[in-house]
Design a protein around this ligand. Sequence first.
Ligand code: WT7
Length: 652
Amino acid sequence: MSQSQETLSNLLQETRRFAPPADLAESANVKADAYEEAAADRLGFWARQAERLSWSKPWDQVLDWSNPPFAKWFVGGELNVAHNCVDRHVEAGNGDKVAYHWEGEPGDTRTLTYADLRREVSKAANALLELGVRKGDRVAIYLPMIPELPISMLACARIGATHSVVFGGFSADALRTRIDDAQAKIVITSDGGYRRGKPSALKATVDEAVDGAPSIEHVLVVRRTGEEVAAHERDVWWHDVVERQSEEHTPEPVDAEHPLYILYTSGTTGKPKGILHTTGGYLTQTAYTHHAVFDLKPETDVYWCSADIGWVTGHSYIVYGPLANGATSVLYEGTPDTPHKGRWWEIIAKYGVSLFYTAPTAIRTFMKWGDDIPAAHDLSSLRVIGSVGEPINPEAYVWYREHIGAGGAPVVDTWWQTETGSIMISPLPGVTEGKPGAAMRPLPGIVADVVDDRGEPVPNGGGGFLVVKEPWPSMLRTIWGDDEGYVKTYWSRFEGLYFAGDGAKKDEDGDLWLLGRVDDVMLVSGHNISTTEVESALVSHPKVAEAAVVGATDPVTGQAIVSFVIPRGSAGGDVEGEEFLKELRDHVAKTLGPIAKPRQIMIVPELPKTRSGKIMRRLLRDVAENRSIGDVSTLADGTVMDLISEKLPSAK
Ligand code: WT7
């Protein structure tokens, strides 16, 4: 074992393990035998999962992998996603069951049962047809978190149109690029939505984007805020066109490989890629993983995923997986701190949410705001709590379990990507003894591993690159219009293996720890050190709420570790002075070893993040290397870098 592996393994020796609660283990949807079942016959296993869905024509072949890496799942099968997510639940007598408890940011609410959803989706599908949208056409959707968003997606699926949802925080340029790339025929938007207590406009951005997007024939506008919007000839109001449609529409069965949606990956670098997902395999794996990882009991659970539908998490775990399973979900429009910092916990108490899914960035924000805020709400309904989007630091994991999960709800740390479509690596809440910070094992039916730079599996205790070794049902099928880019980006680094772009380690038990994007690994005096590990070490200090770490060029060590730290709200004392900075450096040295000791720590009020909550280390590297700060246009909050620059002269 090299020195860096030895020193860095300290963090992995986090010894606390959390066994599933006995009653959950007893009644779990998925038990340990699923791993053996899937290992014995992977394709047979996925065929059984596909039987959760209703097919209008059965498939002839589970997987066609004769032309890798271009996969076809459930070859010859036909089904309709909207029928599976909506109609069949109504037909089974569950029309009165709530599909969504929608909560607007200002406090207005709307309840949609499965019967309501069938009616609304049918009307929207008829409206799309009237507007000239046909099977195979692309529809751009640029909406806030209002019921018309999932309704629009399902209406597309119902008629076989392919949707491309663009997150409502993106600029006109970003929207236009995505509309152009997909050659979308119409865009569905709204006058605006509510954010931080105020109406925030959307339509003006669409007008600007569409002025340079000749493929668009109509803009379909939902009225949400009632604010004035400019009128164009191409505009049609939702309440004019959709409301007068027939409530009857027969969903059109499509081929299992029919394109369901395109979703552009934001990424922190490079041109956005249109990730293409298709129908049968995608719905099979989103439904199965939602059932397995969240242990959904559709009769009794209330499920809430706090993501925005504009990201893949929302596509798979607010819309498709939960609806395919007939779940009752919460859908929330706004921000966590409007009108107060306990809003999320108030929503959980109000609806009795039992299954909750959020991101580490949110968890760390709540840690920063203080323990007393969740403590003021009744969160006892929660029984499984999930995390997604980046590695969850052991400290944040334990806080989440203690303060949100009432000290007992299992945390499921779920690793996946826009490209994988569904969860790939995660504990099973009724089976796995969870370790804080570890995503643990590939789910049944998924074959993933950690390999070295020659593509050879590393032994337990080793680190390298995360790869997927066998095709999976919800895998991306290509990059829209760019088969070559698909092969090059994902399938060329290692022969026959899917390259995820993430670093990972296998601990002594063979459990997996995700270490962030491979571009985020630092090389300090010849040792590979991951930014995630140093960040976790910093966050494990009681006075630290959040930390970001970058490698800055250093004449002596090649790269040096530079950290940016936000102290906890409750920290007290001097959290600016040299003494505190020394305390933090020593704490990292003690946790990870002297090699990981940051050269420099800067105390900052905020961290630069993309709209999906990923830290933009590129900008922090600019600060660390004393360069002028690069393009900030994809920041969630454009003022953060000003705050940081203002702050730094005094922080050294
Ligand atoms: C990247 C994918 C998947 C939905 C949201 C993000 C990172 C995601 C984890 C996790 C460690 C994680 C990876 C991955 N990531 N989940 N549980 N532990 N890292 O989708 O925007 O496509 O990002 O997010 O780096 O490659 P995305």
